[in-house]
Design a protein around this ligand. Structure first.
Ligand code: ADP
Length: 183
């Protein structure tokens, strides 16, 4: 069975704007926003927190089993928002958006969020070394991965327009009607 809507991953270093983009996109497209970090926390798909960084040590098998139990693969129309992307099977995903942010701006966002010390340093390094972009490029076909800037509000607006346009095109290519999409 083929999907009526695409599934989209929004990834990037913490603070780049994943939640901001995912929430707005889900609303305008009528898609379901899955905040993967929230699911890990709420469902207890972890083995506690890493002492140094404070991040969850994720039980990936449990997380994948849970995602697989959703109609995601069959129906599409999901936005997966997470600071990693390599664990989602390629066949689930139609577009991977890697958000990028200027390091000075990201530094301000993360310190405002209370990040300091090693956690701040590691995330800054990750953005500068484009770790998530490399991860996405290694895990998915070239044409599936797009890198978008998220420095200011005008970027969000432009990005949302671009993705909405892409979704319309996807629906047409996959036998839908473009607007509204489902046949
Ligand atoms: P993430 O989900 O990637 O951790 P968030 O969406 O929570 O990031 O954004 C972190 C903070 O930065 C929020 O306060 C958000 O409003 C702000 N922010 C994110 N992207 C932008 C942007 N492109 N322009 C202005 N502020 C942004």
């Amino acid at each position: 069975m083929s999907r009526q809507n695409p599934n989209i991953v929004i990834t990037g270093t913490p603070g780049v704007g994943k939640t901001t983009h995912a929430e707005q996109l889900a609303q305008t497209l009528g898609f379901t926003h899955l905040s993967v970090n929230q699911i890990v926390k709420d469902e207890g798909f972890h083995e506690g927190r890493d002492e140094e960084t404070g991040s969850w040590i994720v039980d990936e098998d449990k997380l994948l089993d849970h995602l697989e139990s959703l109609p995601l693969i069959q129906t599409g129309g999901y936005i997966l928002d997470w600071h990693a992307c390599d664990l989602f099977p390629e066949r689930w995903i139609d577009l991977v958006i890697v958000l990028r942010c200027d390091s000075t701006i990201l530094y301000d966002r993360l310190t405002k969020r209370g990040y300091a010390g090693k956690k701040l340093e590691e995330n800054m390094d990750s953005e500068i070394m484009q770790v998530l972009l490399e991860e996405a490029r290694e895990s998915y076909a070239e044409e599936v991965v797009v890198e978008l800037r998220s420095d200011g509000a005008e970027d969000v607006e432009g990005n949302l327009g671009r993705v909405e346009e892409w979704v319309r095109g996807w629906r047409v290519d996959h036998g839908g009607e473009g607007e509204g999409g489902q046949k």
